[in-house]
Design a protein around this ligand. Structure first.
Ligand code: ADP
Ligand code: MG
Length: 678
């Protein structure tokens, strides 16, 4: 096995605990560390002379310990103090609650320290400095740009950096550049090992750009190669499942509590035509949030089941899978169709039963998450595969599910409104049905943008909505405090506040990706049945969750989310004919960000938002694709990097698969068998 594909446990200093912390960040294999790119880079400051220190600023000082190192005890606190001296002066160092410093530092030691220069009780000092070993400083000096990674509470930068370094070491020996040097030269691309090394440790900005260029190219190229594989497999295959429109489907539609929109009818017609065409269906149903895509899938699945075949419906989160299961199970039961659900949280025993029933064809419609693509799953006669919120999956995942059948029809559904030209690249040559109509009776969601001084009023707003019998969502960017140093609001601390300020008969619960599957399900169910009225959540609820009774969505630190995400979040309310509200809370002063938020406030149409995004090209915010879209376009921006995309596409057309290319595909598609962490 390629060492890069091995579990992170194989690395030095990774134990069960740090493995867990890494997994929570989506890092499972050694190569995932290579692809865990820095969030930003810090420049290492030079050494400051003591006489040039600026008050209340951090600085590096290099000098000699010029006094003895003393331990003081002051009102229960242990302090260690000593004096550092360089050619320009001397200053006191004050360490708090670190008695061991006494043994680590000695008069006459040459040291480098980093700390803040303050004046306290008229005395100048460096408060709470850290001591930097000579070796470490040398290393820092060599790195002009120090990588800063997104971290969690249980994983420190130093640890992660250590792991990344190990992965780079392994990479140097075990990577085989699939692109021959003549092609690299022609396209002006760096080698793969250079790119991985420099994306983590760039010596210069120029290095960084060169590294990025290669990795962006790879993202596009490998993506297209993967697409090509799928297209060849599916596209040209003859229709193995000729499915006629079943007589009972008409009855099902007429018994729905609502009338289908013209756009929904059109999409359904498209699907029925595909079912009866010469080729296997590969269709994308694209429709804005709330346009009613689920019922389209339901009808396609019902028709398939009634015709004696099996259908599979894959959702990106367990919450969404459960929701679909409950809906389909209750709607289709009367038609003698057996519906079941398979997710990570399904018990082992239950799983075995389901595997057996799928293999024997006893289950007609299976709904699930990535659990559906596990090796053990096999079908009797799988004729239709549907993936919901397609942009949340990797291509490989869809392929894996499709491979469970013998050229089944595939339908992918997405709320991401991307321009058609881009859709062609992102989705290949799928046929597209656009659901460009919302069910009648929907009211415009009133959207507000406020700053954090409105919190008191927001709490009152929550109470008002709950008193009217409605549900309320609050979305925070973080799970717990301290994951980020920007003072962002977290689910954990917000829930404490709400429980404090809201009357005790209003039940507040939380939802985030780190909770167990069972807990998540329970929380959503209670929210749906109004046992819980307020849900404080991360963006876990962003996709697909349907609680029509919810009327208020509060988005904290709205500046942190992209337009697409905000639009999706807002789409969690306004799912019935009750007036709904969305309040974005942000203190940002950044004028571009404010403009973006204001645009969202004034527009509700996903396509208008996409266009705005395209025009303004907010960094890293290309609508629906960059951040929240294709999970493996980590560096690439479909709009900014369109030229590279074109180069990659051209090269991919006639490119032959070989071993090192195959390996590289495996290295990059890290989500293949792991939950994407929602
Ligand atoms: P999305 O397109 O975002 O997946 P859903 O399929 O979850 O939207 O539908 C949102 C809500 O609208 C659901 O409660 C669904 O039952 C309802 N709905 C779907 N189609 C119609 C329609 N034609 N008329 C009224 N309500 C509808
Ligand atoms: Mg949906």
């Amino acid at each position: 096995m390629n060492p890069l594909l091995k579990d992170v446990l194989k690395l030095n200093k990774v134990g069960p605990k740090s493995k867990e912390a890494l997994n929570a960040l989506g890092i499972h294999r050694v190569c995932d560390l290579l692809h865990y790119y820095p969030r930003t880079y810090e420049t290492v400051e030079a050494i400051t002379d003591i006489d040039k220190l600026k008050l209340n600023e951090q600085a590096y000082i290099k000098g000699i310990i010029a006094s003895s190192v003393n331990v003081l005890r002051l009102s229960g606190r242990v302090m260690v103090q000593c004096t550092i001296e360089d050619d320009t002066g001397r200053i006191k160092l004050m360490f708090f609650n670190q008695p061991y410093i006494k043994n680590a530092l000695h008069q006459g030691d040459k040291v480098i320290i980093k700390g803040k220069y303050i004046i306290k009780n008229n005395r100048k000092m460096i408060s709470a400095p850290s001591i930097i070993k000579e070796k470490e400083y040398e290393k820092l000096q060599k790195i002009q740009l120090k990588p800063i990674y997104p971290l969690s509470k249980s994983l420190k930068l130093k640890q992660l950096t250590g792991y990344v370094e190990q992965s780079l070491e392994i990479m140097k020996f075990d990577i085989d550049d699939y692109l021959p040097s003549n092609i690299r030269k022609q396209l002006n691309l760096a080698s793969l090992s250079f790119a991985y090394e420099k994306i983590h440790y760039p010596l210069t900005r120029e290095n960084l750009e060169i590294a990025r260029r290669r990795l962006i190219f790879d993202e596009f190229f490998l993506f297209q190669i993967a697409m090509k594989g799928i297209k060849e497999q599916i596209r040209r295959s003859d229709n193995e499942f000729y499915i006629k429109k079943h007589i009972r489907v008409k009855g099902f539609i007429s018994e729905l509590p609502f009338k289908l929109t013209d756009a929904q009818n059109k999409a359904i017609e498209n699907i029925f035509e595909d079912f009866q065409s010469n080729y296997t269906m590969t269709r994308l149903v694209q429709g804005d949030v709330g346009s009613g895509k689920t019922i389209i899938a339901t009808i396609a699945l019902l028709n398939t089941a009634l015709s004696g075949y099996q259908g599979a419906f894959m959702a990106p989160t367990e919450v969404l899978a459960k929701q679909h299961f409950h809906a389909l199970n209750s709607q289709l039961g009367a038609y003698g169709v057996k519906v079941d659900i398979l997710i990570g949280g399904t018990t082992k025993k239950q799983k075995e039963i389901i595997y057996e029933q799928l293999r024997l064809g006893e289950i007609d419609i299976i709904i699930g998450t990535h659990a559906l693509i596990q090796e053990k799953v096999s079908f009797a006669n799988l004729a239709l595969v549907i993936t919901d919120e397609q942009h949340r999956f990797g291509v490989m995942q869809r392929e894996a599910l499709v491979n469970k059948g013998r050229y089944p029809h595939t339908l992918v559904m997405s709320a991401t409104p991307i321009p058609r030209t881009l859709a062609l690249i992102v989705y290949g040559d799928l046929d597209i049905s656009i659901v460009d109509e919302l069910p009648i009776g929907r009211k415009k969601i009133e959207t507000y943008l406020v700053d954090s001084s409105y919190h008191e009023r927001l709490y009152k707003f929550i109470i008002k909505e709950v008193k009217a019998g409605h549900n309320v969502y609050v979305v925070c960017p973080m799970v717990e405090d301290g994951e980020d140093d920007n003072g962002l609001l977290s689910v954990e601390s917000y829930i404490d506040v709400l429980r404090e300020v809201l009357p005790s008969n209003i039940i507040v619960e939380k939802l985030h990706g780190r909770m167990k599957s069972k807990e998540k399900t329970l929380v959503v169910e209670k929210f749906l049945t109004y046992e819980t009225q307020v849900l404080v959540s991360t963006t876990v609820i962003e996709v697909g969750v349907n609680v029509p009774n919810a009327t208020l969505m509060i988005i904290e630190n709205a500046e942190r989310f992209g337009l697409a995400q905000l639009h999706q979040l807002r789409g969690r309310v306004g799912r019935s004919d009750i007036q709904s509200f969305c309040v974005m809370v942000s203190d940002t002063k950044n004028s571009d960000t404010r403009k973006k938020l204001k645009f969202l406030k004034e527009h509700e149409d996903g396509f208008a938002l996409a266009e705005y995004d395209l025009k303004t090209r907010g960094p890293g915010d290309a609508f629906g694709i960059h951040q929240h879209g294709m999970p493996f376009f980590k560096l690439a921006d479909l709009y900014e990097d369109i030229n590279l995309l074109e180069e990659a596409r051209k090269l991919s057309i006639h490119y032959e698969m070989n071993d090192s290319l195959q390996t590289q595909l495996e290295l990059l598609y890290y989500q293949l068998n792991t939950d994407i962490g929602l």
